[in-house]
Design a binder for this molecule. Structure first.
Ligand code: G4P
Ligand code: NA
Ligand code: NA
Length: 189
């Protein structure tokens, strides 16, 4: 997606060989026009599937997932990472280990919002090692729903999550795939 690649080149900051900072348009400040275009692009990529729900993970997946939900006219659910006052009972949960942050967290979705038979598109902002997506796939499986595809805004192609998911037969649509990066150059696939 050219518009997204341009944003990454113009406003992204390579913090280390493996970490790209995109706080200017995705992870802190949100470029709503870009997110709208992202939602439309996901809708185009997934036009052959009959989805019933969009599922993401708080917080940075919410903006792109919501824009896709708006285009497709579908509900958007975000898995919660923190315990909430009102989220209790009847939960679908999975453990997600972040290699980037070296923390393990539990993600949860209420059974009220994911049912057997749902056809789910999973959305996230970044794909690195794929732990978050694996957790969301587990939540979908526990609900006896089907994951019809995974949509990622930025995939770091030099980390193994995308390859592993695809090797396992998961359909992954990434709007930008970075093959390599350093402080003065980002190379896209
Ligand atoms: P994984 O799910 O693919 O295994 O990724 P990982 O555990 O490494 O990611 C942990 C968190 O760091 C996630 O955000 C993920 O989106 C983010 N992340 C991973 N690599 C990068 C990167 O290169 N740049 C940026 N900006 N973020 C990265 P999170 O903790 O869920 O936070 P948020 O959704 O609240 O923003
Ligand atoms: Na993030
Ligand atoms: Na994320």
């Amino acid at each position: 997606m050219q518009l997204l690649q341009d944003k990454i080149r113009d406003f992204g900051n390579v913090l280390s060989p493996t970490v790209l900072k995109v706080d200017a348009f995705l992870n802190h400040q949100i470029d709503a026009a870009l997110m709208k275009a992202v939602g439309e692009e996901f809708a185009e990529r997934f036009k052959d599937v009959q989805a019933t729900k969009i599922l993401t993970l708080e917080s940075s997946g919410i903006a792109p997932a919501t824009m896709l939900g708006l285009v497709l006219g579908l509900p958007v659910i975000f898995a919660r990472k923190r315990k909430s006052l009102t989220l209790s009972g009847n939960l679908l949960s999975a453990t997600v280990h972040s290699f980037t942050k070296n923390v393990t967290s539990e993600i949860s979705v209420s059974r009220d919002f994911l049912q057997a038979g749902d056809q789910v598109i999973i959305i996230d902002d970044f794909l690195a090692n794929g732990e978050a997506v694996r957790g969301l796939l587990s939540v979908v499986a526990q609900a006896e729903a089907t994951a019809v595809g995974v949509g990622i805004v930025i995939e770091k192609g030099f980390q193994h999550g995308g390859k592993e998911l695809r090797d396992n037969g998961v359909r992954v649509e990434s709007l930008a795939i970075i093959d390599s990066m350093d402080t003065d150059h980002i190379r896209f696939r």
